[in-house]
Design a protein around this ligand. Structure first.
Ligand SMILES: [Zn+2]
Ligand SMILES: [Zn+2]
Length: 304
């Protein structure tokens, strides 16, 4: 595949014709029925309209732009349609979402793509939504939405950020951290801290933390009750008032041997070996405001 990325060539904007706009390929974009991409117009349609979690399959070799470069590899003159990397389209939401779908080349090739924009993520695919290696001790409820930061993760600390299965990393956050102080909130004395994130793209709701069921206090001691979602309120940036954030977590992992000794051996009908990942000792939740980029060290809670 050839991706030509000249540095100082600005060759004008490409404009969509009616033909290209109606280039929707066969298929539904699902894993069972991926889009069937057979020509360049369908390929551009996929990146611009397919969505960051769609599935596609190539059914032909595709030359996106004929004679893009000459025999010595230099750009031929002309005006070219620019390629937006999959997972780097900002049109719909004003920010990029990582690609969480699949693109099956099925033995075919793509060549002649042209991209003259400088961006954080370049290439055929921009940013890929990562799936974690199973060896990381990720608490059960975070398994599908926790992206591990490998540089900061070790045997006793799990570090990373929350990414929705649709690829989006921005959320509105519901919580009851202020339950003791806010008179307007009805809460039970035993309500544990609860943090819920709602994806800003697909609106899917993810549980980030529930003190009643997670951590040593919740899982092992059962000290709290799960708060109702109706008792939660929006987290708001105290600098700019926005309610959209990225979320990062640090989790101090419970020592496995100690957990086996204290819990599995003592209460074999209640705990199994693998439960130690849900019995973590400490959670730190930090958020970053999407609008003003303010980083907030929000919650730091010992759980044992
Ligand atoms: Zn989502
Ligand atoms: Zn802000």
């Amino acid at each position: 595949m050839l991706l030509y990325l000249p540095e100082d060539h600005r060759l004008g904007n490409w404009r969509a014709s009616a033909e290209e706009v109606s280039a929707e390929p066969e298929g539904e974009g699902t894993a069972e029925s991926p889009y069937q991409i057979s020509n360049a117009d369908q390929l551009y349609w996929f990146v611009e309209h397919g969505g960051v979690s769609a599935h596609a399959k190539l059914t032909n070799n595709i030359v996106a732009i004929e004679n893009l470069v000459n025999s010595s590899g230099d750009l031929n003159g002309g005006s070219y349609r620019s390629w937006t990397p999959i997972g780097a389209s900002e049109s719909a939401y004003g920010y990029t979402c990582a690609f969480s779908g699949t693109f099956d080349g099925d033995g075919h090739t793509i060549s002649g793509l042209y991209d003259d924009k400088s961006r954080t993520y370049s290439g055929f695919v921009g940013e890929l939504s990562g799936r974690n290696h199973m060896n990381y001790p990720i608490p059960t409820h975070l398994k599908t939405i926790f992206r591990v930061n490998e540089h900061e993760t070790n045997a006793s600390n799990l570090s990373g950020s929350i990414v929705c299965d649709c690829g989006c990393k921005y959320f509105t956050i519901l919580h009851n951290e202020n339950r003791q102080y806010d008179q307007s909130i009805r809460y039970g004395e035993q309500d544990g801290l609860k943090v819920v994130a709602i994806c800003n793209n697909c609106r899917k709701k993810h549980l980030v933390f529930d003190e009643a069921t997670q951590g040593y206090n919740g899982l092992v001691c059962g000290d709290f009750k799960t708060a109702l979602d109706s008792c939660l309120s929006d987290y708001i940036c105290h600098k700019c008032g926005s309610t959209i954030f990225s979320i990062s977590l640090d989790i101090e992992i419970e020592d496995k041997e100690q957990f086996i000794e204290e819990c599995v051996n003592e209460y074999p009908d209640k705990f199994s070996l693998d439960d130690y990942i849900d019995a973590f000792d400490w959670i730190t939740i930090n958020v970053c405001c999407k609008k003003c980029s303010k980083e907030i060290e929000w919650i730091s809670l010992e759980l044992s």
